[in-house]
Design a binder for this molecule. Structure first.
Ligand code: NDP
Ligand code: MG
Length: 412
């Protein structure tokens, strides 16, 4: 390295010091986003020094061996396993390391409440809600990958946010893109926010082909490598529906200002159109380590190991309208967004149950929208206000039970 480069990199590190000194907690560290987050942290330690981005806590649910391995490498103060039957295994695996261990649902929530600067919320499903609220309550910076908690409890989340000084930095690639494009400006001059969707593995399949789709086909996403649940959501386009509701709550955008375009290359993540005719887009290679690095360093930027965009290699960018007939989940989510109240809570809960039943080969792929639609139509409370955590949790539990019964009915 020459003298000029050395001076510059020393200067950059000094400038970045407050960002690099931030401690991080990773909830759901063994999942796809969790692993990518720890990869960004490891990369930063190689790039800026082993002392940067100290990790306060990491949590997992069932993959205890992965958690042990991660803890030995990343050296958090605390490692938590959600399934309390795995406590002894975790304790043995980390004996002699000085890393604290804990187990159980309460311990996951307590991990979020420990004093770290940033909490990456990468737990799957509405199970992330209470840990995320614990991070908000102590005014942490919340790097929010999980979308189900916002969909299930957008109003409750908002209330909690306004009672604290927590900042939410969206990690979901489209929302991270909108966050970057808006750059702190309000959304009032915005005419339209368009989220892009790859279209998933069944983008060009017929309804007949989708009816006999296997789990293996549904989780084989063409552009992104993700956890099983979100991969199925991408195949049904429920993921994009959940993301519309997520954007509605995160950016206070009314449903009529939100839309979706299918964009098979997953390079443009959002388009924001303004009143004067300007449209701004956000582009990056489809690699979650980019929005993760952005969220961890915001409002600065740090080096990330993510793939770089090569537009010449991509060649062309295509866009088309989504097909609502083949992808009914998108319309169901849009309708739930318009209804508001407890409808998104019920939609999300029913979808989690239906996707789980599909992944366990108890229902077919096209049964997923059927289960969600029937659960919504058999839930008169969808029209009830969703303003308390207890109310949301009760509606979520009832919808899960109902959706479970409907799954059984669907196969008989
Ligand atoms: P994964 O299924 O890969 O990982 C989920 C993580 O959450 C794992 O660490 C898992 O633990 C843990 N977990 C599962 N259930 C519970 C529970 N009940 N309580 C506590 N922890 C639990 O999911 P992803 O990483 O793919 O997704 C995580 C979230 O981020 C989702 O909400 C998803 O929609 C969102 N997201 C993901 C993207 C992606 O590219 N993957 C992109 C944008 C958003 P264990 O593995 O030990 O059982
Ligand atoms: Mg997304």
């Amino acid at each position: 390295m020459n003298a000029l480069a050395a001076t510059r990199s020393a200067f950059e590190v000094t400038e970045l010091e407050p960002v690099l000194a931030r401690s991080v907690t990773v909830l759901g560290s063994t999942g796809s986003i969790g692993v990518s987050t720890l990869d960004v942290v490891s990369h930063a330690r190689k790039a800026y020094g082993e002392h940067v981005m100290p990790v306060e806590a990491i949590t997992a649910q069932g993959r205890v061996d992965d958690l042990i391995k991660q803890a030995r490498e990343i050296k958090p103060k605390l490692a938590v396993i959600g399934d309390d039957k795995l406590y002894a295994q975790l304790k043995d695996g980390l004996a002699g390391t000085g890393i604290e261990v804990a187990a159980g649902r309460k311990a996951v929530i307590e991990a979020a409440a420990r004093p770290s600067s940033t909490v990456m919320v990468a737990i799957m499903g509405a199970a992330a809600l209470e840990p995320a609220l614990a991070a908000v309550a102590r005014s942490a910076t919340v790097a929010l990958a999980n979308k189900e908690c916002i969909v299930a409890a957008g109003g409750v989340f908002h209330k909690a946010l306004s009672a604290s000084t927590a900042a939410v930095i969206p990690v979901d690639s489209e929302h991270n893109a909108v966050f970057q494009v808006l750059n702190g400006e309000g959304a009032h001059e915005v005419e339209k926010v368009i989220l892009t969707a790859s279209g998933g593995p069944f983008r060009d399949k017929t309804l007949e082909e989708m009816a006999i789709a296997t789990v293996e086909q549904a989780v084989a996403h063409p552009n992104w490598s993700m956890g099983a649940k979100i991969s199925v959501d991408s195949a049904t386009l429920m993921n994009k529906g959940l993301e519309l509701i997520e954007a509605h709550f995160l950016f206070a955008l009314p449903p009529e200002k939100l839309d979706v375009l299918v964009h098979p290359q997953s390079i443009v993540h959002c388009l924001v159109s303004y009143e004067d005719g300007t449209t701004l887009a956000h582009l990056s290679a489809p690699d979650m380590r980019t929005p993760i690095a952005h969220a961890l360093a915001w409002p600065r930027r740090i080096s990330s190991p993510s793939r770089r965009l090569d537009l010449a290699a991509v060649g062309q960018l295509n866009f088309r309208k989504p097909d609502h007939e083949r992808f009914r989940c998108l319309g169901l989510a849009m309708e739930a967004m318009r209804v508001g109240k407890l409808a998104p809570t019920i939609l999300n809960a029913a979808n989690e149950i239906a996707v789980d039943a599909f992944l366990n080969r108890r229902i077919g792929f096209l049964d997923i929208p059927r289960v969600v639609e029937t659960t919504l139509s058999e839930s008169p409370e969808a029209n009830t206000a969703a303003d308390t955590l207890d109310g949301v949790l009760a509606a979520d539990a009832r919808a899960r039970e109902r959706a479970g019964e409907i799954c059984r009915r669907v196969v008989n």
